[in-house]
Design a protein around this ligand. Structure first.
Ligand SMILES: *Cc1c(COP(=O)(O)O)cnc(C)c1O
Length: 419
């Protein structure tokens, strides 16, 4: 459930008509609903009610906006970060360092140092090599840092290939059949406190079965580690729960997910961590855009050209993803159209042959479910700027990220004097 709804024929975010935001801030603009973020955070936590003190670390890459992170920190969430930049943001937003988990296959020396100096709660090691490097740095800092070993369970998450992370051929984690040996070797390192295992098999998962299969493999690994006399007090089950992008989609609910987790992890005797991203932020945001013009195309449906493009919302171009597209003030008339952006790439297409509200130049519309992997994936391709972000709270709203004009991006470029 989200707080984007029609009132008096106008699409609102909470109590704010989106037309008021477009007027004040211009388009395109991302609009997030605080009440929706809070609700999703609470529903996710409630789904885990059967577990003892689970730790929930929001996957910052899904939506790294400082205001969004602050809302979630206020709900007691930690942060799952995958870069030094995300760590800096999480701390700036008020996330407790002890609640930060640092994931990622390519943490640099500087990022490992940054994590140690910040006193983060857990490093998720993605290779044996990373463990040795982290141990040396930790020793130099006179520390022993808490770590989990990320395993690659080799299960097919049955999601889009570009967001599947738990198959043998994916770059993430260590192979399950070597995990015990690697864990044992790392547990001997003086700078590391090996305390558990981590798994994350992919994103936008619409079935629980692949997750359950992965968790069962993690459970078997925990037994094996303990049999070898190794200590395991924590397990990180990652994120990945899908969201409905299309009316009628019914991905598993947090309650169903939580019940499955409680069943599979009964008897593990560990503290569990979760790293949800999309399921918290996805339906808490829309990309508000304005129709530039419409264009006839031979005998086919017309093109509706909007002022948002693939650089602002990459998912359709990158994954062929579906985003519902609705007029902000629908007339009631329906039509079939191709929805495209202005960028000079055929891939800059949001939808082909989409049944949608009839729209004309100047009309406002939204791409729904754009709160996760939206603004965060933006680029300035075609020398377009970066879209601003707005957070709504009841009947008020604030710009929580400024629009960055193309000229400001150009200001960072130099022509050498010898040219
Ligand atoms: C991306 C990512 C997540 C979040 O995935 P969602 O599908 O957004 O829940 C969690 N953990 C790790 C390690 C990730 O890379």
């Amino acid at each position: 459930m989200d707080h984007f709804h029609f009132r008096d024929g106008v699409l609102h975010s909470e109590d704010v008509p989106l037309s008021a935001i477009a007027e004040a801030v211009g388009t395109p603009v991302y609009v997030y609903s605080r009440a929706t973020l809070v609700r999703h955070a609470q529903v996710f936590r409630a789904g885990l009610a059967g577990l003892e003190s689970p730790h929930i670390a929001f996957a910052v890459k899904a939506n790294p906006n400082l205001a969004v992170l602050k809302v979630l920190a206020g709900e007691g969430f930690g942060a799952d970060v995958v870069s030094g930049g995300e760590l800096t943001r999480a701390l700036a937003a008020g996330v407790d360092p002890a609640g930060v988990v640092f994931s990622g296959v390519g943490k640099t020396h500087a990022e490992l140092v940054q994590g140690i100096e910040a006193g983060i709660g857990q490093f998720n090691l993605e290779s044996e090599e990373e463990g040795y490097e982290l141990s040396l740095i930790a020793e130099r800092h006179g520390r022993r840092v808490p770590c989990a070993l990320r395993v690659n369970p080799d299960v097919d998450a049955r999601t889009h290939a570009k967001i599947s992370t738990g198959m043998r051929e994916n770059k993430f984690g260590v192979p399950l059949d070597r995990a015990a040996e690697i864990y044992a070797a790392l547990a001997d390192q003086p700078g590391l406190e090996m305390r558990g295992v981590a798994v994350h098999i992919g994103s936008q998962l619409t079935e629980l079965a692949p997750l359950e299969m992965a968790f069962e493999k993690v459970g078997a690994l925990i037994v094996e580690l303990r049999q070898r006399g190794l200590s395991v007090t924590h397990a990180d089950l990652g994120g990945g729960l899908g969201v409905p992008y299309r009316k009628g989609d019914e991905p598993p609910t947090p309650a169903e997910y939580g019940a499955m987790v409680a069943r599979v992890t009964a008897g593990w005797e560990v503290r569990l961590t979760f790293e949800p991203g999309r399921v918290i932020a996805g339906n808490a945001g829309v990309l508000l855009t304005r129709v530039v013009r419409t264009k006839r195309s031979g005998n086919g449906p017309p093109f509706v050209i909007v002022d948002a493009a693939m650089n602002d919302l990459m998912r359709p171009a990158m994954y062929g993803a579906w985003h519902d597209f609705d007029a902000v003030t629908p007339s009631g008339e329906r039509t079939t159209a191709h929805i495209v952006g202005p960028i000079c790439e055929t891939g800059d297409t949001f939808a082909m042959d989409r049944e949608t509200d009839a729209m004309a130049a100047g009309d406002l519309a939204v791409f729904r479910t754009a709160g996760a992997y939206g603004a965060t994936m933006a680029s300035s391709y075609n020398s377009r700027g970066f879209v601003p972000e707005v957070l709504v709270d009841g009947d008020r709203f604030a710009v929580v990220a400024d629009r960055i004009d193309p000229a400001a991006i150009m200001d960072a470029e130099r022509i050498p004097e010898w040219l």
